[in-house]
Design a protein around this ligand. Structure first.
Ligand SMILES: Nc1ncnc2c1ncn2[C@@H]1O[C@H](COP(=O)(O)OP(=O)(O)OP(=O)(O)O)[C@@H](O)[C@H]1O
Length: 579
């Protein structure tokens, strides 16, 4: 199962593909130009850059793990406290810790600068003039938000609905490290689930509410504390998880990861600390997986509220509507731009300013009114210009009008699971790897216990011995496997069968078809090493069902036909031994 196929079929109905290169206006409106930053420190002499929180984390871990130079219990407690709130530390707090513990540049031991924000986006220019700025997208989500209206119409103007996108994301990480875990270009798979902000229930929540998941709520992230099992139903009921839709996706992420083969005892869901949350998030949980590098965030599940759609609402509002059964009388705050004031004040920009003012919703108008009443002028962001302008009281009239409404208009909220594919694959490698002794017990053999659904090769085909008739059968089976879309390897080398099994186990191939007759073959399962006997004709369909998850090995092994075959084989052996 490819991740693309898996993500889009497991969760949703639609997948879209947007460009990687994104105009500045989009990422300015989304807040990434101003706020998509990590805190960096510089080696004061050499200028080498480091991520401030990573240096502090490494320092704390080293001190806590150093068996030779034991630190006092008070110091150990203090460092554990720092670690537990590390993700939520401000620039000032990080700087204070770095000074307090005397942390220096790792390679040179030079002093470090104070932490300062570094924007993680790769900037470029679009077009030959070089005047139009663009960025390589740091997440795939923005492409979905700016296309919201088209997708909404495509969905028959009904909520909720979800859209997925699998593609490359680019982040100019300050210090890429740990192989696939922190790189500057990676595959991201994101689902944006649009929902009515007044009703974040999910019809399929009952399918996951009984799941007992290791959850680590924000208030419990203190030294010595760890995640505890909470049922999703209880977590939503007690408001540990904000709403059903967020809870539903937490459950589905857990099922997805465990179905891939991630060890269920090494997954936890950690809620973001208040200061840790991205600028757009209202609540956020990370699916973290334990590896030899510690707990690694692999999926972020965020309630992004209506932040993004509101941010991108310019000339036309990115809104949904609900037809009311009865029209209702409402009193609304409306804004009317005074064109004779706006024209001379903004000249060429007046069209953009007028459109932005006319597109404001009631909440924004009310905020503007309050500011104009108190200060006489307000700083107003015009998305299509990508800049702030100053609006004075004389430029707008804001008043209340009574109207009859037939529709409720609102900006949908977004719940987003965001999967880092490289990180998940890395964790899968670690969780799937084991060794076992060979026949003699002298050597340890490597095995990847990849679930057949994700194994890159589903099976290997080999003739038992070098024999033209067996090789022909093996080639025919290989052709049929290709026609059935099953990725496989064929091995006609004369190496011993034991070595060939070891070679395929090391690649994580779950099944091996061994041809030792022209009418029937054995299929061997990698981890149990059990074998079944099937006719040549049936071999491909059995492997197909197994590798697509339609049947399990246990089903096949315990099927009546295989039980009979085993029974007759043991009778036969018994009779032979008597003679
Ligand atoms: N530099 C990277 N290399 C590989 N995968 C990444 C990287 N940055 C983020 N991811 C993956 O993308 C997912 C969604 O991105 P998100 O913005 O939530 O990450 P993040 O909180 O910035 O990650 P981190 O705190 O580790 O930098 C993460 O859960 C992670 O799996």
């Amino acid at each position: 199962m490819s991740f693309r196929f898996g993500i889009s079929t497991l969760f949703m109905k639609r997948e879209i593909d947007c460009p990687c290169l994104t105009p500045e206006a989009v990422l300015k409106a989304s807040g990434h130009v101003d706020k998509f930053t990590d805190l960096m420190v510089k080696d004061e002499k050499k200028g080498t850059c480091y991520r401030a929180d990573h240096l502090l984390k490494d320092f704390c871990n080293e001190k806590l793990e150093d068996q030779d130079r034991r630190i006092s219990p008070e110091m150990a407690m203090e460092l554990k406290q720092v670690l537990s709130k590390l993700d939520g530390l401000s620039a000032e707090e990080l700087g204070a810790c770095i000074k307090k513990y005397g942390i220096r540049a790792p390679e040179t031991d030079n002093y470090l600068s104070d932490p300062f924000p570094f924007n993680l986006m790769f900037q470029t220019t679009i077009g030959p003039s070089g005047s139009s700025i663009g960025f390589f997208r740091p997440e795939t989500a923005q492409g979905i938000f700016v296309n919201f209206m088209d997708i909404y119409y495509d969905n028959g103007c009904k909520l909720p609905f979800a859209v997925a996108q699998v593609g490359q994301a680019f982040r100019n990480e300050i210090s890429p490290r740990q192989g696939l875990l922190r790189v500057r270009e990676f595959t991201l798979a994101e689902i944006e689930h649009f929902v009515d902000p007044e009703d974040k229930s999910h019809v399929k929540f009952p399918t996951v509410d009984k799941l007992q998941l290791p959850m680590f709520p924000r208030d419990e992230q203190k030294p010595g504390q760890s995640a505890r099992l909470i049922s999703l139903g209880e977590a939503v009921h007690c408001k540990i998880v904000e709403n059903e839709t967020l809870g539903y996706f937490i459950g589905r992420v857990y099922l997805f990861l465990t179905r891939l083969g991630i060890d269920k005892n090494r997954i936890r869901f950690r809620q973001h600390l208040a200061k840790e949350m991205a600028h757009y998030a209202a609540d956020c949980w990370d699916a973290e997986i334990e590896t030899s590098y510690g707990w690694i965030e692999c999926v972020g599940i965020a309630d992004r509220s209506a932040y993004d759609l509101k941010a991108h609402s310019g000339k036309s509002r990115l809104e949904a509507h609900e037809q009311l059964s009865e029209p209702r009388q409402v009193e609304k705050l409306v804004i009317s731009p005074v064109k004779k004031e706006i024209g001379p004040a903004f000249e060429k920009k007046q069209k953009n300013v007028l459109e932005a003012l006319e597109a404001m919703d009631e909440e924004e108008i009310s905020k503007m009114k309050a500011e104009l009443d108190s200060k006489g002028e307000v700083d107003f962001f015009v998305c299509t210009l990508g800049e702030h302008v100053s609006i004075k009281s004389s430029m707008v009239t804001i008043s209340k009008v009574k109207t009859r409404e037939h529709q409720r208009k609102f900006t949908p909220s977004v719940i987003e699971p965001s999967f880092g594919i490289g990180r998940i694959i890395y964790c899968l490698f670690e969780h799937s790897f084991y060794t076992r002794p060979d026949k003699t017990g002298d050597e340890q053999l490597n095995v990847f216990r990849f679930n057949p659904l994700v194994a890159p090769f589903k099976c290997t085909v080999f003739p038992l011995i070098r024999n033209q008739r067996f090789e022909d059968v093996a080639k025919d089976i290989s052709k049929s496997l290709t026609a059935a879309g099953i990725s496989h390897k064929i091995d006609t080398t004369g190496t011993s069968i034991g070595k060939r099994y070891a070679r395929t186990d090391e690649l994580g191939v779950p099944f091996a078809i061994t041809v030792d007759s022209t009418s029937s073959v054995t299929i061997r399962e990698r981890d149990s090493k059990d074998q079944i006997r099937v006719s040549v004709k049936k071999a491909v369909s059995v492997v197909k069902e197994l590798s697509e998850g339609l049947r399990t090995w246990e089903d096949v092994w315990w099927s009546p036909s295989q039980r009979w075959k085993r029974f007759w084989r043991s009778c036969f052996r018994f009779i032979l031994s008597r003679n």
